[in-house]
Design a protein around this ligand. Structure first.
Ligand code: ADP
Length: 566
């Protein structure tokens, strides 16, 4: 392990970071999380920084590079990204260069000489450079301040941008010489916008980060109001769609090509300009829709997940998912296309458990592919591993759709962002938080009694089944409690939702193990005993009965809707 001596005060500990930010980068203040990041990199820790695209991650290595002795080496996967950063830095008077296949050899030579003399603050390199022994030898001569890996998720094959060359970086870093004269490799700092726990773990393992500081920030999008709308089926989705769009510039995401088409048609028939976009359309049609949306001529696009890359309209006001997406990461990325201009925007998920089944089918039998992406043949074990991961991601997404607590906090906690404050006061669940009336309080007390009587040894499914009196498959002790059948007029799913609501309200907690057994909190005991009556929670939305579908769900629904409205 590399240890920075604590006795000597490093010269950069005295640097006024804010003045450096202002003078060298022209920004007035740090953004949330940036200063912490800069300090962690300066302090010589290995760092993993997870921040969304556009949040200002680069400053996390660019500012330290100005202050530290030696050159900061930055591995970056795209020549265009390198060029942009190098041009911007040079424009600010900061000496930086990039080594990649397009660079003429005299420019390469000049960059390396400057680096050897310690004159170059940042040297960007493409990952494939490390395949060359010649380059590895050159590298050993350079005094390196920090070894930075940008777009670090490329090291993980869980991510969508796996780059085999990234697997060499651990060894490459180990061969670098530190600019501060200490032994061992230079501190390593990895940067990514991908926050999935699997990818994060891979980055730490495969790049060999030692006791890394993991910094996650910037995922909160407070101007996007989050909403889950339970629906009984496709008919209700279509009835709601025009109201949810409400004439706003919107993206509507669907799980299948057919439902994207039908959603667009439904909106067009209500007089809205709406286009469909999916991988099944001809290139020319896809470009037409994309361009029309980008220019503002088309206000609504109904799409599968094939749409979104390169969509950069800042004024999208609403994102509506007519079916649950495959993962919370995909969902957050898709709704993140709303409100980029900072104005109020909404993200609504129409939620019906049957859509999870559709997604499960897509996972098991192929998926909506991205246009132009080659699908490499995979060995069967790999296919099975990926399917299992996709099912896991889908379960997490479904858990979000069912969440009883603050939706924003649920997402931010999942990404590990410490900004998660509950309640956020800007999501459907927080909006619904209200003091309980006498009937609801009685129901909650019955549930709390059931959990207490069950000996705090069972999870929500068994407790709910016990309370509604569905005793057939229950362990014998649960079949003869004083609370067995206490809520026999209710259905088990609704009781489970109420249990979730009591958890979110802090009356009940679940164990951290895989059994997730329920137990009462001290507040829960007070409420059960009737000593505390002042309880606020998001009351679950009553489930609606399923409406029978016509043969073509969306068109049928539209005509039914149109007829009702006359
Ligand atoms: P990322 O690498 O996270 O995608 P960048 O580092 O490229 O993002 O930064 C995105 C934009 O934000 C850049 O134009 C950058 O100049 C700007 N930026 C970064 N930090 C600040 C700051 N503290 N104040 C204002 N603008 C900033």
């Amino acid at each position: 392990m590399v240890v920075t001596p604590m006795t000597a005060v490093a010269p950069w500990a005295m640097v006024d970071l804010l003045s450096t930010l202002q003078q060298c980068f022209g920004h007035t203040s740090f953004r949330a999380g940036q200063e912490d990041l800069v300090r962690s990199v300066l302090d010589g820790h290995d760092v993993l920084a997870v921040m969304p695209t556009g949040s200002g991650k680069s400053l996390g290595f660019q500012l330290p590079a100005l202050v530290l002795p030696g050159t900061t080496l930055v591995v970056s996967p795209l020549i265009s990204l390198m060029k942009d950063q190098v041009d911007e830095l040079n424009g600010r008077g900061i000496r930086a260069a990039a080594l990649h296949s397009m660079l003429p050899s005299d420019a390469k030579h000049e960059a390396l000489t400057a680096a050897r003399q310690g004159d170059l603050r940042l040297l960007y390199v493409a990952p494939e450079r490390f395949a060359s022994d010649y380059f590895a030898r050159l590298l050993r001569d350079l005094p390196i301040a920090r070894f930075v890996v940008d777009e670090a998720h490329c090291v993980s094959d869980w991510g969508h941008d796996f780059r085999p060359d990234y697997r060499r970086l651990r060894t490459a870093a180990a061969e670098c010489r530190r600019s501060d004269g200490q032994t061992g490799r230079p501190p390593l700092a990895a940067f990514t916008a991908t926050a999935t726990p699997e990818v994060r773990d891979d980055i730490v393992d495969l790049l060999g980060l030692v006791n890394p500081r993991v910094l996650v920030s910037g995922f909160d999008r407070p101007n996007i109001h989050l909403q889950i709308r339970p629906v009984s089926g496709d008919l209700e989705k279509l009835r709601l769609l025009p109201q949810l769009v409400a004439g706003r510039r919107s993206l509507v995401y669907a799980a299948t090509r057919r439902s994207a088409e039908e959603a667009a048609e439904t909106l067009r028939e209500t007089g809205l300009q709406a286009g469909a976009y999916h991988a099944g359309l001809r290139d020319a049609e896809r470009s037409r829709v994309q361009d029309a949306f980008a220019s503002g001529a088309l206000r609504v696009v109904c799409a599968t997940n094939a749409f979104g890359m390169g969509i950069d309209r800042p004024d999208v006001e609403a994102v509506i998912h007519v079916a649950i997406p495959g993962s919370l990461e995909a969902y957050y990325q898709e709704i993140g296309r709303a409100g980029r201009d900072g104005r109020q925007a909404t993200a609504t998920l129409l939620w019906n458990y049957r859509d999870v089944k559709t997604r499960q089918y897509l996972i098991d039998h192929g998926r909506e592919e991205l246009p132009g992406r080659a699908v490499a043949p995979l060995d069967p074990a790999e296919v099975a591993r990926r399917k299992e991961l996709d099912h896991k991601k889908l379960r997490r997404m479904a858990a979000y759709a069912n969440a009883a607590g603050c939706l924003r906090a649920t997402i931010l906690r999942y990404f590990g962002d410490p900004a998660a404050r509950e309640p956020c006061e800007a999501c459907g669940n927080c909006d619904r938080r209200a003091p309980l009336d006498a009937a609801a309080r009685l129901r909650v007390r019955k549930i709390l009694s059931g959990i207490a009587r069950a000996g705090e040894r069972y999870g929500r499914r068994k407790v709910a089944a016990m309370l509604v009196g569905h005793v057939e498959d229950l362990p014998e002790p649960l079949t003869r409690l004083s609370t067995t059948g206490l809520l026999r007029e209710e259905d088990p799913q609704s009781v489970e939702q109420w249990i979730d609501a009591t958890c979110a309200a802090g009356l009940v907690r679940t164990s951290a193990d895989k059994y997730q057994t329920l137990s009462l909190t001290p507040l829960g005991r007070e409420v059960m005993a009737g000593r505390v009556e002042d309880v606020a929670m998001a009351v679950p939305v009553a489930r609606r009965r399923r409406v029978r579908r016509r043969t073509s769900p969306f068109r049928g629904a539209f005509y039914a809707f149109a007829r009702r409205r006359g």
